[in-house]
Ligand binder design. Structure first.
Ligand code: FES
Length: 247
């Protein structure tokens, strides 16, 4: 299989960056998209050229590291699929595949396709955890959680923090990510003691970062590889108002 990659190259955060085109042949349609980039990088090494920097870890849709725009869509052409779960058979032989990093002020490009997503980490640092004492592991696991709540929580806990929601939003809003994390922990009995402080602190940190405001366009929900619902943002807003009133 042969394709033409048009890939964003940028040496450093202060470099202007530009697209560069690479003809790549010898690809197997069953290769993953990241394996195709590995294949290209091997060729670049042999030509003594700089390899393309891209993020990845698990390569099985769990860690959220690998997100890029592919032909203008976050994580490529398929719904509920991360970049590492994408295969070359999803593309037509001989076509141009445009690959670029997330575009958002809060996610500055570090190098080529790698962006700095530490703004997400700082939101998590402001309440994306439970510090209430729950006893030993076995005691914590013995706290009953209703089936409905458990299922709802599992839906939002699926967020892998890839950043597709921010990158695809015209306002670069982090509302879907933040709401998934808040609704996950605030729905659980273990998260209740800190629920009001959590929503106030995490939304305050979100506002401090370079994210924009949510205007409910719904693009985040469409491009989220885990199918996190935009309803979570409305739920977060309700939790925020409740926390303010409680105070
Ligand atoms: S490399 Fe982990 S989600 Fe893609």
């Amino acid at each position: 299989m042969k394709v033409r990659f048009k890939i964003w190259r940028q040496d450093s955060p202060i470099d202007k960056g530009s697209f560069k085109v690479y003809e790549v042949d010898g690809l197997n349609p069953d290769m993953s998209f990241l394996e195709a980039l590995d294949h290209l990088n091997e060729k670049l090494v042999l030509r003594n050229e700089k390899v393309i920097a891209f993020d990845h870890d698990c390569r099985e849709g769990i860690c959220g590291q690998c997100g890029v725009f592919i032909n203008g869509r976050a994580h490529g052409p398929h719904e509920n699929t991360t970049t590492c779960q994408l295969h070359m058979r999803s593309f037509e032989e001989g076509k141009v595949i445009v690959v670029e990093p997330w575009r958002a002020k809060a996610f500055p490009v570090i190098k080529d396709l790698i962006v700095d997503r530490s703004a997400f980490d700082r939101i998590i640092e402001h309440g994306g955890y439970i510090s209430a004492k729950t006893g030993t592991a076995s005691e914590a696991n013995a706290i009953p959680v209703g089936k409905d709540i458990a299922e709802r929580v599992m839906d939002v806990a699926a967020c892998i923090g890839c950043g597709a929601c921010v990158a695809t939003c015209k306002n670069s809003s982090a509302a879907l990510f933040t709401s998934a994390k808040i609704n996950h922990l605030n729905s659980l009995p273990q998260g209740k003691p800190e629920e009001h402080q959590r929503v106030l602190d995490m939304t305050a940190q979100m506002a401090k970062e370079d994210f924009g405001h949510c205007t409910f366009t719904g693009a985040c929900e469409v491009e989220c590889p885990e199918g996190i619902s935009i309803n979570n943002i409305a739920e977060m807003n309700a939790r925020f108002l409740k926390a303010k009133l409680f105070r």
